[in-house]
Design a protein around this ligand. Structure first.
Ligand SMILES: Nc1ncnc2c1ncn2[C@@H]1O[C@H](COP(=O)(O)OP(=O)(O)OP(=O)(O)O)[C@@H](O)[C@H]1O
Length: 273
């Protein structure tokens, strides 16, 4: 069952007030994984995609997840976001355990606490920009504050595109709608899976800046899977995966430092070190 502590309210004053309390107490944890494991298949064909992965991410942090192809990045994201269930281990979002529970409970948990940004945008073609943006609120049966929605769309540079449909937008604009849609429910954690993978350099930079703003202005916590050292350099820190295990971490990443670490990660995997 979900243990919901609901210690965090979702109003903006709360976000702005964060860090202004007495004393430098430890940052609160937005996402915590404890010994999360996931194996696909069984017997001879079994693949351990995640092998007892443990880490915590502070509230209001921006983390990139990197690693060679097949290292378990997507599986990690799916399990951490409640889109898939780990075989064992615990996932906690905002102090509430997401382990166990029915599908309906998991869905409710996701709708209220998690935002998503996918490589291929996942917008509904028949809905306008504004309608796509409010969809998560409608699905969660939450009140739609139209002024707030306009504000969010203006903040991602789409204030004059509210009535457009996705096929009237560029890839970068579509991804900005996806970011607005992820922000609108004020989730604890936004998971982004290769959000710049389909974009040109300039649109990618705009999207990465908006993800940074989601953290710095809106107080969200962002976890982004990426293959691109440039994209990773926008994060506060990078987690490196290899063979389903967490094998390293880099704080305040630069493009060169990320690329170098990735290259060595490749060496380690190749030599089995
Ligand atoms: N549905 C599945 N059935 C069987 N094996 C799977 C399944 N999904 C992933 N795997 C395997 O689990 C391992 C981890 O896969 P995962 O997709 O998480 O890696 P990744 O790091 O995201 O890879 P990429 O960078 O190529 O997207 C791989 O060996 C993969 O083949």
């Amino acid at each position: 069952m979900f243990r919901r502590t609901d210690r965090r309210n979702h109003d903006h004053d709360h976000d702005h007030a964060r860090g202004q309390g007495p004393g430098p107490g430890p940052a609160e944890t937005a996402l915590r994984l404890v010994k999360v494991s996931k194996t696909y298949g069984s017997d001879d064909s079994a693949v351990t995609a995640l092998d007892e992965v443990t880490f915590s991410l502070a509230d209001g942090s921006f983390t990139a997840v990197m690693g060679p192809s097949g290292s378990g990045k997507s599986t990690l994201l799916q399990c951490a976001a409640g889109l898939d269930r780990p075989d064992s281990g615990i996932v906690m979002v905002d102090g509430a355990a997401m382990t166990g529970g029915t599908e309906a409970e998991l869905t409710r948990f996701r709708r209220n606490r998690i935002g998503f940004v996918f490589q291929q945008y996942n917008l509904l073609d028949t809905l306008t920009v504004a309608q796509n943006t409010v969809l998560p609120l409608k699905l969660a049966r939450r009140r739609v504050d139209r002024a707030r929605v306009r504000e969010i769309l203006a903040a991602v540079g789409l204030g004059d595109r509210l009535g457009h449909r996705p096929d009237q937008l560029s890839g970068g604009q579509r991804q900005r709608v996806a970011i607005a849609r992820a922000l609108v429910t004020e989730p604890s954690v936004i998971f982004a899976d290769e959000p710049t993978g389909a974009l040109d350099t300039r649109s990618a930079r705009d999207v990465l800046r908006l993800l940074q703003e989601a953290v710095r202005v809106h107080g969200r916590t962002v976890v982004m899977v990426t293959h691109d050292p440039v994209a990773a350099s926008y994060a506060d820190s990078v987690l490196f995966l290899a063979d389903g295990r967490l094998v390293g971490e880099l704080h305040r990443p630069t493009v060169d430092a990320v690329a170098e670490r990735l290259a060595h990660l490749g060496d380690d995997v190749m030599t089995g070190a």
